[in-house]
Design a protein around this ligand. Structure first.
Ligand code: ARG
Length: 407
């Protein structure tokens, strides 16, 4: 009798390599591995080899870079997707896509088990589990690292015993990489006071003293060209990552609240995400009204929270996307950014839909703004606050009097 099949989301890293063996040995399953390419820039032939050597009976490579960029990253750009105002959601965005691809393979191959290498400490388990349950509730989920409460040290020991090759990087950090960013966890940087060493970074460089510029053009909220060269979205993100990273820009280092309650020190490098979102936000400020901006900020924050916390398939997320899409119709134009020694600043912006009108704003001749109108406006605008202020003074005085009487 042939054994049941498990389809495993396989990155080739330590966690997932260890998973193959556990699924085989402990659960007696035939393991099919799936590696989804979302811009990890790795040697996928090598990953396939490693999967087979570790015991996979079949391996699939799926190139999902374009789908990731168009169906996930673009929505996040429009939503200025940032968790806790810092983290551009690279890992959070890619998990539902990877899960979707693995489920498709499981359905095709007639597998009853789906497996991932997430620990029980992070957010990724939630993102995988919820996507799987939302799309095919019949699949059984096995997450060996979580289920067996394994530490990274125990995994390394097990991998050595089983002759699973471990990279030198994996000995130091746990890395998650896609076109939208790179997360670096574990090792020395678990000490929250310890500055991440330069060798931890791949895109961000530290030797460039010069200043540079990058120009980004947006159409309906989507970046379409960089430095006047039109590119598809995947090329554009890669171009911005390399260019902006070369000027030292794109490192994020913060204390993050995970969904399950743990606070963690997170280090990322995401030059393209940082630059593109900064530019996009700036352009929105030029073309949207203050009312739209105020409300959209709340929507953006809620959107980012849903995505971070694994609720990609929550209907509210798509409801919010519809609102966001509507606001993007006017977000077209050009933004110029200055990049130098790790800093990034918008230094210019223009749009045919600009609400910034020079004849209104100018302090020079040519102004069409009648200043006299402002006198009445300021009187009415502060009306309630001015009245409340004198009331508060009276109230405070009587409270103070009561206190003295009691003494
Ligand atoms: N803290 C980030 C998140 O929750 C990054 C997680 C990185 N994952 C990893 N397996 N190294 O999205």
């Amino acid at each position: 009798m042939s054994s049941d099949k498990a389809v495993l989301a396989y990155s080739g890293g330590l966690d997932t390599s260890v998973c193959i063996k556990y699924l085989q040995k402990l659960y007696k399953l035939d393991v099919i591995t799936v590696t989804v390419d979302c811009g990890q820039n790795e040697d996928f032939k090598q990953i396939e080899k490693k999967a087979k050597v570790s015991g996979a009976v079949k391996h699939f490579y799926i190139d999902a870079k374009k789908e990731f960029a168009t169906e996930y990253v673009i929505l996040s750009i429009k939503a200025n997707g940032m968790y806790q105002n810092k983290y551009p959601l690279a890992t959070a965005l890619v998990r539902p896509l990877i899960a979707t691809k693995v489920i498709e393979v499981a359905n095709r191959e007639g597998a009853s088990v789906i497996s991932h290498g997430c620990t029980g400490k992070g957010n990724d388990q939630i993102r995988f589990d919820i996507t799987i349950r939302a799309l095919n509730p019949k699949l059984k989920i096995i997450a060996p690292i979580r289920d067996m409460n394994l530490t990274r040290d125990a995994e390394i020991k097990f991998a050595k015993k089983q002759n699973i090759p471990i990279s030198t990087q994996a000995m130091k950090y746990s890395i998650d990489l896609n076109i939208w960013g790179r997360a670096i966890e574990g090792g020395s940087i678990e000490n929250a006071y310890f500055e991440p060493p330069e060798e931890a970074f791949q895109f961000v460089k530290f030797n460039n003293e010069e200043a540079g510029y990058i120009e980004l053009e947006f159409e309906k909220g989507i970046p379409v060209s960089a430095d006047n060269k039109r590119m598809n979205i995947v090329e554009l993100i890669q171009y911005v990552n390399n260019k902006v990273g070369a000027f030292g820009v794109g490192i994020i280092d913060h204390i993050e609240d995970r969904v399950i309650g743990i606070k963690s020190r997170e280090v990322y490098e995401a030059p393209a995400a940082v630059a593109i979102i900064e530019a996009h936000k700036d352009l929105e400020k030029m073309v949207l009204t203050k009312h739209e901006l105020q409300f959209k900020q709340i929507v953006d924050e809620q959107w980012s929270w849903l995505v971070y916390s694994g609720l990609w398939y929550e209907p509210l997320r798509t409801d919010l996307d519809r609102f966001i899409a509507e606001t993007q119709n006017r977000v077209s134009g050009r933004v110029k950014l200055k990049i130098q020694k790790g800093s990034l600043r918008v230094v210019g912006r223009e749009s045919k839909y600009s609400l910034y009108k020079n004849d209104l704003a100018t302090y020079n001749i040519g102004s069409t703004f009648d200043q006299r109108l402002a006198k009445g406006f300021s009187e009415l605008w502060g009306l309630q606050s001015i009245i409340a202020n004198s009331t508060i003074k009276e109230v405070n005085a009587s409270v103070e009097k009561g206190r003295k009487n009691r003494q």
